[in-house]
Design a protein around this ligand. Structure first.
Ligand SMILES: [Zn+2]
Length: 567
């Protein structure tokens, strides 16, 4: 049951030989968000084959680019594509032999569902690296034409072969068939060329044995979101927010065995149960949020979590010496044990939901920088709370979880940690990179009765999420449309005038049920709040990032803000 969502990419990229083919046409690829022009007739240089940010093309091949700065631990890179804003970071949807349709479900095709789920995930978590998505439609997979295999192999290897002197050999010899699982990620060896997701339809939507149409839908949607989460978690861990560089650990290049679960003694980046359990946790959450916005689609994220809990409970019950740390480096039960452990953490402290969805991965780079080789456990201590005021060390959490999951009946323990579907869909995530798009940054705001938390009547909803936290780019213009009767305003104070603050009116223009704002670009205003001028308690927060101005000259009267969300 786990095969469809295994992510062996980082491991396989170490061991698989790739090769080179000369051209990468065909395949029906398209780019949703970047110009896909290949019109440049100039001879590509060795290090810039993709100045137009086209799909299925490499930015770098022969030479791994030199770092823009470095220290003993990291080489820190500014790749060509880092000139693109995060919000405009390309997502390329490359399709191959798309033959099946699931238009009976909500009137949307398989390819469109995949695209929508990835878009929704990007709009929720953000995206910091370019992404090529490879959708292989042939079902069964052994019907793929040889010519299409060659095209797929060429395209995939073009953007995912390890960059450097062996690129040509690797690309020429790559054979990805049969594709044995869905996959997704962002590897250090191919970091200059972005991330990838592979979605073989035969192994996702085409699996047999689903109990119902609903189960088929929710499992398939979860796998797609799971793979996006891998891209998210594995790219975020390299991001040095201070220098705005992609910081790659030098040790991984000089000693690849650090990443090999058959020889390593400790995780190089994340415990496997967080790598995969975290992607399951994120995949369930993201696909439930997405499904919530789609008429005619029903998923049951509570049941999805319960299935994982049950698998974990049974494993620990049947193996007296079993520990969560058994899954630090590998193991299929790690998917379930990790998802159950993260759900337990959410039960222990509300803030741990955001830690599981974002903060652990944001914290990885500074933790690794502070103590090389220990980011996997120090980031845990930086992100996960034991209670309202103390953090867990990873080892004390593992010990506590091992005891807890054997401390009662399956039903009682499940009832202790279970969340409702509304909690799963609506509990807030505060990512650290922009989570709004697409151009031209039109954001539709609706109002409806609250679904979680106490008090108040109506709440604002954005992207289907109650009081969604937005992360926006400083200096960028955003237009919000809102329902009549709920005037949408901004303030530097939470809940605006209802919270004792005043309306923020700089660079604002108001139309009929819409308001446009150029986000402040000032370090003194790192956060705004949106609120309804007619009703208290409806709004949420807007974190402003990529600030380039110190703002010291015009910061009069700014309150609030501070140093970010704190979790
Ligand atoms: Zn995975």
């Amino acid at each position: 049951m786990y095969g469809v969502c295994m992510n062996m990419k980082i491991i396989s990229l170490v061991s698989i030989l790739f090769l080179i083919v000369s051209c990468g046409g065909g395949g029906g690829g398209s780019s949703s968000y970047s110009s896909n022009s290949s019109g440049s007739s100039s001879t590509p240089t060795l290090e810039n084959l993709n100045s137009g940010n086209a799909c299925k093309k490499a930015w770098y091949t022969t030479t791994f680019p030199n770092p823009t700065s470095q220290n003993a631990v990291f080489s820190k890179h500014t790749f060509f594509w880092q000139s693109i804003s995060f919000q405009a970071m390309p997502v390329c949807i490359n399709t191959y032999e798309v033959t099946d349709s699931i238009s009976s479900v909500g009137g949307v095709s398989w390819t469109d569902y995949t695209t929508e789920i990835i878009d929704y995930s990007k709009r929720t978590l953000g995206q910091i690296v370019p992404l090529n998505v490879f959708i292989l439609g042939a079902n069964p997979q052994n019907t793929v034409l040889d010519s299409e295999k060659a095209t797929y192999n060429t395209d995939f290897a073009t953007v995912q072969a390890p960059v450097g002197s062996n690129y040509s050999t690797a690309l020429a010899n790559y054979d990805g068939f049969p594709i044995e699982s869905a996959g997704g990620g962002y590897s250090h060896e191919a970091a200059p060329n972005g991330a990838d997701i592979q979605i073989p339809q035969s192994l996702v939507w085409g699996q047999s044995g689903f109990a119902s149409d609903e189960e088929q839908i929710q499992q398939s949607f979860k796998v797609i979101a799971h793979e996006y989460f891998h891209v998210y978690q594995n790219s975020l861990k390299f991001y040095d927010d201070t220098t705005k560089t992609i910081a790659l650990p030098k040790a991984w290049f000089s000693n690849p065995s650090l990443l090999d679960p058959t020889s390593a003694s400790t995780p190089a980046y994340f415990p496997w149960w967080i790598e995969e359990g975290g992607a399951e946790f994120g995949g369930i959450v993201l696909s439930a949020k997405y499904a919530n916005t789609k008429a005619g689609i029903t998923v049951d994220p509570v049941q999805q979590f319960q299935d994982h809990f049950n698998t974990a409970f049974d494993h620990f019950a049947a193996n007296a010496g079993a520990s969560l740390s058994d899954f630090n480096l590998s193991g299929n039960v790690g998917y379930s044990a990790g998802a159950a452990a993260l759900l337990y953490l959410w039960y222990k402290e509300e803030k741990n939901f955001n830690a599981a969805m974002s903060k652990y991965y944001t914290d990885w780079y500074p933790a690794e920088a502070a103590s090389p080789g220990n980011g996997w456990q120090d980031a845990f201590q930086d992100a996960f709370w034991k209670n309202g005021s103390e953090y867990y060390t990873l080892s004390e959490f593992v010990s506590e979880f091992n005891t807890w999951i054997r401390s009662g009946s399956k039903a009682d323990l499940w009832n202790t940690i279970a969340k409702t579907s509304d909690q799963i869909i609506h509990t807030n995530i505060i990512p650290t990179t922009p989570n709004t798009y697409p151009l031209p940054y039109d954001i539709e705001v609706t109002a409806a009765a609250k679904v979680i938390d106490n008090g108040g009547v109506n709440k604002y909803f954005i992207d289907g999420i109650q009081q969604k936290s937005l992360v926006v780019k400083a200096g960028q213009s955003y237009k919000f449309s809102y329902p009549a009767g709920h005037p949408f305003k901004f303030s530097t104070t939470s809940d605006g005038t209802h919270g004792g603050g005043s309306e923020y009116t700089t660079n604002i223009s108001v139309g009929t049920n819409e308001i446009t704002i150029v986000m402040p670009n000032s370090s003194s205003i790192p956060r705004l709040y949106y609120y309804c001028s007619a009703h208290p308690g409806m709004g949420g927060l807007i974190d402003i990032v990529e600030i380039t101005s110190s703002g010291s000259s015009n910061s009069g009267g700014v309150g609030g803000g501070g140093s970010g969300p704190g979790y």
